[in-house]
Design a binder for this molecule. Structure first.
Ligand code: M6R
Length: 597
């Protein structure tokens, strides 16, 4: 969702902002804009559509000399995507960009802005108008910002410029992600480290309802009461090349093929000096002492949670259930006596999951976040964190984060099981990494299968049972989100209860067969759809495979099969999307971090 970049320093800001915004494109957006201070004026350019439009209008930034500057990619929430609604929003004195949603707009308008007319349909404009109104009333920007924080409800990350004081820019944060980057003779603001990593790897974290005052040489952080906060910076171990596509045509393809490396990295990160898989003692204690694990997640992370619950139950005998965050938030089941809440989120910023986190923390329950982003909101707010070590995932379609989540959940389950764990998990995970590597080397054949089985069909089905069913849900999500082919994942046994009515000549059905106790049942479901004319592409596990199967994945421990069976489904989604000429890394209407609920 919306991306923010700010720069104050000796160089021209525009090219720096454009580059930073390009690193935030993965978050999803529909318009973009920048504001640059130059010779006593703040100049603004905003464009609907791709960032390339903004590059073009500003001639790569060179048509807009000056500094400081702020920039923004907008993902429309209040008001349709248009130049008028794009950020920055401005008054005669201030320019501001915003990520988040203001919840009490009516109250604020009535209380402070009843005589003000607005240029846009956005909630954001209210903040810049309040700033102007407070300063017109005699407040200094510093106190006006503190005043705004005390009045505005909702989520907001802001970067602000003041035409009368070009020697400062401001960063303000509540619930939406925002970092301050510290440089030598310059400073920056960014929605995440990737927007700034080209210039600095040293960052300050802002807590909710804090703000920062940046000059070229200083960063000062304050609470909403204007009290100075002493905060140590942290260094991000992020490599610039992690954020580049290299020779790959799309981030998604790169990220699919990084999966073996990610699994090996997880093994390494979670291995202790004795060579055993391990997790932090306190986490283990809480896991062992709870009577049930509640996994909370959305989308792909929810699909990983479904697998994780099975792992906890089958490897460690620990009761566990997975819930979709936005459902759990409004319809909480009767909880067990001693629950532990595990939040699974690639970004660590997902608003629906955070809403549950706030709720269960208020009730005093213990929380663990499994995330790819160190220092993310869900990580900071949980008692414990386990990291995925997957490296930045840029493509909106999640691939390596899914396998990383499953691998980390497997480590967690095996640690809870301890000596009773029926598997040598470390060994089995490395086998899975090797099998994935083998699957990646077959990518050309998936391209062919995607064309042959799905081609230009407008719909598609995934069927499977048990763990295969969970992978079907994930495979279907991937296919629909990037190719826009309507795809549904079904428990194979459910077909005859309704869905089979949709099967007709040439309907593409992708079946997954990797579970020993159900393979024959799924095979008979395959026959049922074949006899009604479906084109069936079968992904099976060697050992359970048949000659006519299209994709045979190497043998891995049965509980780890989702790690490997998912890989062909990722490729199939990728190649079908390519056939349909889709914007693979940035599918329509979607954002990478869904920071609004
Ligand atoms: O960052 P999170 O893991 O919390 O995100 C959850 C979902 O929004 C995410 O997995 C989404 O479903 C992906 N686009 C799927 O590829």
């Amino acid at each position: 969702m919306c991306g923010i970049v700010g720069y104050i320093g000796p160089d021209n800001a525009a090219p720096i902002l454009l580059n930073g915004l390009s690193k935030l494109e993965y978050r999803g957006y529909d318009s973009a804009g920048i504001a640059i201070y130059n010779n006593g004026k703040i100049e603004i350019v905003r464009e609907v559509g791709k960032l390339a439009n903004l590059y073009q209008t500003t001639d790569g930034g060179s048509a807009m000399p000056g500094a400081p500057g702020i920039g923004h990619t907008r993902w429309a929430t209040h008001g349709r995507p248009s130049e008028r609604n794009a950020h920055p929003h401005s008054t005669e004195r201030f320019s501001l960009v915003h990520n988040g949603i203001i919840e009490n707009t009516q109250y604020l308008k009535k209380k402070y802005l009843s005589k003000v007319s607005f240029d846009s349909e956005t909630d954001t404009e209210i903040i810049v108008r309040m700033l102007q109104t407070f300063c017109d009333g005699g407040e200094e920007p510093f106190t006006a910002i503190a005043h705004i924080i005390s009045e505005v409800e909702g989520s907001y990350a802001l970067a602000i410029m003041d035409r009368e004081h070009p020697e400062v820019i401001y960063a303000v944060k509540n619930k939406s992600p925002l970092l301050v980057g510290r440089g030598d003779g310059f400073n920056m603001i960014g929605s995440d480290a990737m927007a700034m990593i080209k210039h600095t790897n040293t960052f300050y974290e802002l807590m909710d309802r804090e703000f920062a005052v940046l000059t070229c040489d200083s960063v000062e952080i304050y609470t909403r009461y204007g009290k100075h906060v002493k905060r140590e910076p942290f260094t991000a171990d992020l490599d610039l090349t992690d954020t580049e596509k290299g020779t790959y045509p799309h981030y998604m393809l790169k990220e699919i093929e990084e999966q073996p490396v990610v699994i090996r990295r997880i093994i390494e990160e979670y291995t202790n000096e004795n060579g055993d898989l391990t997790i932090n003692d306190k986490i283990l204690k809480d896991l062992k002492e709870c009577d049930k694990v509640y996994m909370i997640a959305c989308g792909t992370s929810y699909h990983a949670a479904l697998v994780g619950c099975k792992m906890l139950e089958s490897l460690a005998g620990k009761s566990a259930s997975a819930y979709i965050s936005s459902e759990f938030e409004y319809d909480m089941p009767i909880l067990s006596q001693k629950p532990l809440f595990v939040f699974i989120s690639q970004s660590g910023e997902t608003a629906d999951s955070r809403a549950v986190m706030v709720n269960v923390k208020e009730k005093g329950y213990k929380t663990l976040t499994i995330t790819n982003v160190k220092g993310s909101t869900l990580s900071r707010e949980a008692e414990h964190t386990l990291l995925l070590y997957a490296g930045p995932e840029i493509s909106v379609a999640s691939t390596k984060a899914y396998t990383a989540q499953i691998a980390v959940l497997a480590v967690l389950a095996s640690c809870v099981a301890g000596k009773k764990c029926p598997l040598d998990l470390k060994y089995e995970l490395s086998v899975a990494a090797n099998v994935i590597e083998g699957l990646c080397s077959e990518r050309d054949s998936y391209k062919e299968l995607a064309r042959e089985y799905v081609g230009d069909s407008t719909r598609c089905f995934y069927i499977g049972r048990g763990l295969d069913y969970f992978v079907c849900l994930e495979g279907a999500l991937k296919m629909k989100e990037i190719s826009y082919v309507q795809t549904e994942g079904f428990a194979a046994g459910e077909l005859k209860h309704g869905t089979i009515a949709l099967i007709e000549k040439d309907t593409p059905v992708i079946a997954i067969v990797s579970q020993e106790n159900t393979d024959l049942h799924t095979r008979s479901n395959i026959e049922e759809v074949v006899s009604r004319g479906a084109k069936v592409l079968t992904i099976s596990r060697s050992g359970l495979s048949m000659k006519k199967d299209s994709i045979i994945v190497g043998d891995v421990a049965e509980i780890l099969t989702p790690l490997v069976t998912v890989v062909p489904t990722q490729y199939l989604a990728y190649y079908v999307a390519l056939l349909h000429d889709r914007d693979i890394d940035k599918p329509r209407n979607l954002a990478k971090s869904v920071t609004v609920g």
